[in-house]
Design a protein around this ligand. Structure first.
Ligand SMILES: Cc1cc2nc3c(=O)[nH]c(=O)nc-3n(C[C@H](O)[C@H](O)[C@H](O)COP(=O)(O)OP(=O)(O)OC[C@H]3O[C@@H](n4cnc5c(N)ncnc54)[C@H](O)[C@@H]3O)c2cc1C
Length: 426
């Protein structure tokens, strides 16, 4: 594994969006010697969201940042299932049908699942304070432009910023996507939505029926039923509680990630289920319940603009279903790969670097995206007779080809052959 180049490449990278995708792209561009700045619309950092998962393929990326300094900050905020594992229940009887042990931990590639806002804050502060990457907050990017030699953005205040490449890491409602595609790409309903909540354990620990989840460290339980699954975890030594319930939803979609939701609707779906599920949901403070519609997009034909100087990254290029548990991780892998391609191609070959990046990433991302559907369908159409005979068939799949992947090593290895096709076409 080559160490990243610390020599400056002279490539000026503009990143739009300071989500996990944009922050990783910026950190990796910094590691590879590019000159990078981030423009983000939110005016100040807020700890938003609930549970988010980072597989070991993301842990490997985090771990390389300042030799484990960042993972050391993330670990205390993340769930620790060393003792408890993952317990999968049949929805109606509540019996544990499979006890899935925790993955064998790899200290160089830890699995880190925790509160999205808390983990995000660590990465944001690392980029800004430890590395000194300029992050311009409160800057809405209203236009993107590009030519053969340069590309850039126009901010809402009219200011123009020019660079060698713009990374549109602006999330599911990406503006950059429209420019890259030349048309508006409408999302479709996936037919599912997720109710989700994160709250302190106060009521949970006070109830004898639920206190076991908060008293002995972290826990993770799932109830699997027809077209519905309910996941419940306790985190930070049982201090915080989080549940997510995926269910059918045919309402109009909006790409916002969260709406306020009504708890009565959750109870309705849980009728006939193990009463423990309702007991858990009852503890949810009213204002902490959100309804997240799961949108789906057909894979975009391209992530790269006409001149190769604007590239989509993360959710802007490829939204994921939560059942893949890989959305944020794949956004991170994008950033690693792109930063390597830019370094290897050099400033005179930025468009070819962007196209090479897309070629390296496209099929892998598509295949990982598919796992969101396969896991959901596996759970929602469970054959309980089959599970009785072979309980591990209901396990949450942890495929090696996804989790053992080293995005940086892979990019370095395949770059030359992938670049060849684009280096002459510019
Ligand atoms: C507030 C929020 C909360 C979330 N909570 C969860 C959660 O609880 N669990 C979960 O699994 N996933 C959550 N997600 C989604 C998850 O973070 C992403 O799916 C994943 O991390 C991929 O990240 P991304 O960087 O591609 O996109 P995002 O994380 O969506 O980041 C995109 C960023 O671009 C910024 N942006 C958008 N348009 C503009 C513009 N015109 N100008 C400047 N900046 C712009 C946005 O403000 C945002 O910060 C959340 C996303 C957001 C934005």
């Amino acid at each position: 594994m080559t160490s990243p180049q610390t020599e400056k490449t002279g490539i000026k990278v503009i990143v739009v969006g300071a989500g996990f995708g944009g922050l990783t792209a910026a950190i990796e561009c910094h590691r590879q010697g590019h000159d990078v700045e981030i423009y983000e619309s939110f005016p100040k950092l807020k700890v938003l969201g609930d549970i988010i998962s980072f597989g070991s393929n993301a842990g490997r990326i985090f771990h390389r940042w300042s030799d484990g300094k960042v993972t050391a900050r993330l670990r205390p905020l993340s769930i620790n299932l060393e003792k408890y594992g993952f317990r999968i229940h049949k929805y109606d009887t509540g019996e544990v049908v499979y006890h899935q042990p925790r993955q064998k931990p790899d200290p160089l590639a830890p699995v880190l699942n925790g509160h999205r806002g808390e983990l995000h804050q660590v990465i944001f502060e690392y980029a800004k304070n430890d590395l000194g990457i300029p992050i311009h907050l409160g800057q809405i990017v209203s236009e993107y432009f590009e030519g053969e030699e340069k590309s850039g953005i126009v901010l809402a205040n009219g200011e123009k910023v020019v660079g060698d490449i713009v990374i549109g890491a602006d999330g599911v409602r990406s503006k950059a996507r429209q420019l890259v595609l030349g048309y508006e790409d409408k999302p479709k309903s996936s037919g599912y939505a997720v109710w989700r909540s994160w709250f302190p354990n106060t009521d949970m620990i006070a109830d004898p029926r639920t206190k076991e989840f908060c008293e002995n460290g972290d826990t993770f339980n799932g109830w699997i039923g027809p077209d519905v699954h309910f996941l419940f975890s306790t985190i930070k030594n049982g201090k915080d509680c989080c549940w997510v319930l995926t269910h059918r939803d045919e309402h109009d979609i909006d790409e916002s990630w969260s709406f306020p939701a009504k708890i009565e609707e959750v109870f309705e779906v849980l009728k006939g289920w193990d009463p423990l599920c309702t007991t858990i949901v009852e503890k949810t403070p009213k204002d902490s319940l959100v309804d997240w519609k799961l949108v789906y997009r057909d894979p975009l034909p391209t992530w790269t603009s006409k001149h190769g100087r604007i590239i989509l990254l993360g959710d802007a290029a490829h939204p994921f279903l939560p059942t893949s548990a890989q959305g944020a991780t794949q956004a991170m892998e994008d950033g690693v790969n792109l930063a390597v391609c830019l370094k290897r191609a050099g400033r005179e070959n930025v468009p070819a670097a962007a196209r090479t990046h897309q070629d390296i990433r496209y099929d892998r991302v598509k295949a990982v995206q598919k796992t969101g559907e396969t896991t959901r369908d596996l759970w929602h159409n469970t054959d309980w007779e089959k599970v009785k005979k072979n309980p591990s068939t209901i396990a949450f799949p942890r495929e090696q080809w996804i989790h053992q992947f080293d995005a940086e090593k892979h990019a370095e290895e395949v770059f030359d052959s992938a670049f060849e096709k684009h280096s002459t076409s510019g």
